[in-house]
Write a protein that binds this ligand. Sequence first.
Ligand SMILES: Cc1cc2nc3c(=O)[nH]c(=O)nc-3n(C[C@H](O)[C@H](O)[C@H](O)COP(=O)(O)OP(=O)(O)OC[C@H]3O[C@@H](n4cnc5c(N)ncnc54)[C@H](O)[C@@H]3O)c2cc1C
Length: 592
Amino acid sequence: MENRKVLKSGEFLVSEVESKDVFIPEEFNEEQSMIAQTCRDFLEAEVYPNLEKVEKSDRELMKTLLKKSGDLGLMGISIPEEYMGFGQSFVTQMLVAETTGAGYSFSVAYMAHCGIGTLPIMYYGNEDQRQRYVTKLATGEFIGAYCLTEPGAGSDANSGKTNAKLSDDGKHYILNGQKMWITNAGFADTLVVFAKIDNDRVLSAFIVETKYPGVVIGPDEHKMGIKGSSTAQIYFNDVKVPVENLLGKRGEGFRIALSILHMGRIKLGGNVLGAAKKAITDSVKYANERKQFGVLISSFGSIKQKLAEQVIRLFAAESAVYRVSKDIDDLMDKLKVDCGDKGRASIEAISHYAVEAAILKVMGSEMLDYVADEAVQIHGGMGYSAEMFVERGYRDSRINRIFEGTNEINRLLVVDTAMKRAMKGEFDLFGEAEKLYNNLDSIISGKAPEGPYFTQKHEYIKNFKKAILICMHGATKKFEKDLVNQQEVLNNIADMMIDTYTAESLVLRVEKLEALKGNSPIYRDMADVLVFDAADRIRKAACDAIYSFAAPEEATKPVKAIEKLSATAGVNVKEARRRIAGKLIEDNQYKF
Ligand SMILES: Cc1cc2nc3c(=O)[nH]c(=O)nc-3n(C[C@H](O)[C@H](O)[C@H](O)COP(=O)(O)OP(=O)(O)OC[C@H]3O[C@@H](n4cnc5c(N)ncnc54)[C@H](O)[C@@H]3O)c2cc1C
């Protein structure tokens, strides 16, 4: 493991890393690039030609596609070799998540299988369970699903009513209840089911085979998008689950469910990158073919503006995704040495980065919604035609803001988790915040950031962090324990954190890219536009928060400080976006 500075989860609020210490996608090695190419080839050869058929709810065809990806080894990427997988690094897992993310509903079925359907058993299963199930899930012999949601238990996942009782002979748990919205339900062989044993307060987890008597799978839901993925209700009627299939300890299910959701969120952050790259390439290809008023529509400023903005948001999201993926990789390596069990070490490392997981989930899903929406717009009327990929992409994108914890829940988690980590003493957030709040005058009278290009950019970002701390301090002081009920303010702070982490990741990437490959004006353009726009959003969110916790006369000073901390030099965003769009238009595909 190379010697580099790695921040703890949420610590970015009070600390900085140097660009040499972040991983950037331009550093993928040859093996990683080959794995990504295998995924792309698979989508071209097997998935795209079959999309219409799977979207007619052809469960058998989707199952066949999944199994074919298993034959190619794509299901074992995250699984250690001793369980029939390929034991790839977390960065590689994310690259696979990204590349398969361009596969529309196949991508949802594949990710549900490889992630939430398989990894709970890999991470929390004992040796016998891993041998019985993970070895088969890693090759595609079995297909997996994850059953947490119930009709009455969605965001409040621990409130489920599914129940398990030990049989009189002590050999089985008798499972009764109902799950809904279960991805891969139509053809799964194994289910990870969350249920309460007797009158327990918290959930336990069970491995349930769909062939057990009493498991009944409902018909597929009629969905807005991802129509090819099977989503159905599952009923458990006196299902006898062998006691050996209790996953983890009794009462450990809620922890397992939450940890797996952290993993799902980070992987979703990777997944949306692939979908966005596909939509951008489709957009530019169309813009380079379609003529109106005697010229290609790609020559219009309005279209360039959209194309460039698609690229900037995607590139920024990608910077954040791989930055945290490498941090997780390093922590995994360390924990594997410390605790010995590869599964537990992996999930501990992923769960540690819960703040960034929630950031990637919200930012990535909203980035894709923007990109998919503008892709339709660039296609005009054709964007509304079901014949076009962008129409499907638009419908398929929407789910990402709902599953793996809704974006509302994840915004709350961004702030709550960072504050809890700070309270545990992992980094000094509250002390720094108080100092800043007590020194608002010096912020107001301070000098604007100056110096060489990257120094100035880093100063802007440090200022954004100060703005976040000021809002956190003011809100905590005003609302105290009632802060949890002030969701609008928490949302403001979450948005500032999301923008700051993303902007910082992009700037660090551009800086490292220049160190590796020399000056790159297009990438500076991206950093310029994103930081300029982020500053404005941060100013607005911070002012909204301050006016929510301070009376107008008390708000004057903190608001002035925020104006100062969010001030940046002007940017000619029109020309910067035109240059970015120019490269995209010339390449006629996303190639940044
Ligand atoms: C296509 C699809 C596939 C899915 N796949 C799976 C799967 O494989 N396995 C599985 O277990 N589940 C799955 N789900 C379920 C999914 O995770 C839930 O739909 C999601 O967690 C939201 O729960 P809910 O639908 O009950 O919405 P609700 O929890 O009822 O939320 C409704 C609205 O209220 C908001 N809200 C709720 N609580 C709060 C709060 N405390 N503060 C602020 N706002 C709040 C939500 O953000 C949302 O906007 C899937 C869902 C879909 C649609």
